[in-house]
Design a protein around this ligand. Structure first.
Ligand SMILES: Cc1cc2nc3c(=O)[nH]c(=O)nc-3n(C[C@H](O)[C@H](O)[C@H](O)COP(=O)(O)O)c2cc1C
Length: 260
């Protein structure tokens, strides 16, 4: 138990020779975004800053009414809505250089060691399948489809049914080297902390589009990595969150206020 509690502490930093990290040895930083093939199938996403079709809501309301939703309406999300959720969770605010960019969420040392995969089941204009978010140009990469996608994601979530009912499931993977390059053995705790920021933004952003989500950390590691076709060593799943349309408590509160 002590060994695992140690992971939550920052004692490890005292035992690291930071002069020997890859960053301080002058090794080039790994790319901000996982590379992809020239002939990859890319979908442009609606401009995230315009957000024309996303209603404004009070941040205090989003925080007040946020909760985990595990049942969803059988309705699609629009591409505008998906674009908004991707921007809110991993969108890029400002590119500094080849190895660094600020995003809409914080990250230790601005290392952003996460990638976002989507299991798309019901998004207007998108074929069912596994996609990957390309934050640098705010685009989507179509990875592949699978006839048994719905069943496979449910199985890989230890038979929690929500990913099979959602319009889309966000699956965040870690590429640990992005963080290890700077922090060596102190990288891993902060990657996990970073994932929390991302998912919290998803919860709050969902409130603006009458959608709900539920963080999932209980999943079959090997099955989920197999589903995404990632190696499970240099990149592996760390967190997921199904999203679908719901009547949020914020929606119900507004309805009561308006007497409708
Ligand atoms: C790190 C983390 C992991 C979670 N994993 C699961 C999960 O695997 N399955 C699930 O149904 N809920 C999961 N949840 C959701 C929690 O059960 C939920 O946040 C908690 O019951 C409080 O409810 P609330 O989010 O509505 O406030 C997780 C939440 C967090 C933050």
């Amino acid at each position: 138990m002590q060994q695992y509690r140690y992971f939550l502490k920052d004692t490890i930093r005292k035992h690291i020779d930071f002069a020997k990290t890859d960053q301080n040895r002058g090794i080039e930083p790994p790319p901000i975004e996982k590379p992809f093939a020239d002939d990859a199938l890319i979908t442009e996403l609606p401009e995230p800053h315009a957000l024309k079709n996303i209603p404004g809501i009070r941040l205090s309301d989003a925080i007040k009414y946020r909760k985990s939703h595990r049942a969803y309406q059988n309705k699609p999300l629009t591409l505008d809505e998906l674009s908004f959720l991707l921007w809110a969770t991993q969108g890029i605010r400002h590119v500094i250089d080849r190895g660094h960019a600020y995003r809409t969420v914080p990250s230790a040392g601005c290392r952003h060691a996460l990638e976002t995969y989507l299991c798309v089941l019901n998004i207007d204009g998108l074929e069912t399948g596994i996609y990957r978010y390309l934050p640098l140009k705010h685009r989507l990469l179509f990875e592949f489809t699978d006839d048994r996608l719905k069943e496979k994601i449910v199985e890989a979530a230890y038979n929690q049914p929500y990913p099979g009912k959602a319009a889309v499931t966000f699956v965040w993977t870690a590429i640990p080297y992005r963080m290890e390059w700077r922090y060596d053995l102190a990288a891993h705790k902060v990657i996990a902390i970073d994932a929390g920021h991302v998912c919290q933004n998803l919860y709050l952003a969902c409130e603006a589009i009458d959608a709900g989500t539920c963080a999932i950390a209980a999943y079959d590691q090997e099955a989920m990595d197999r589903l995404l076709k990632i190696d499970g060593i240099d990149e592996f799943t760390i967190y997921l969150a199904p999203v679908g349309k719901v009547k949020t408590d914020l929606f119900n509160a507004e309805k009561n206020k308006n007497g409708s």
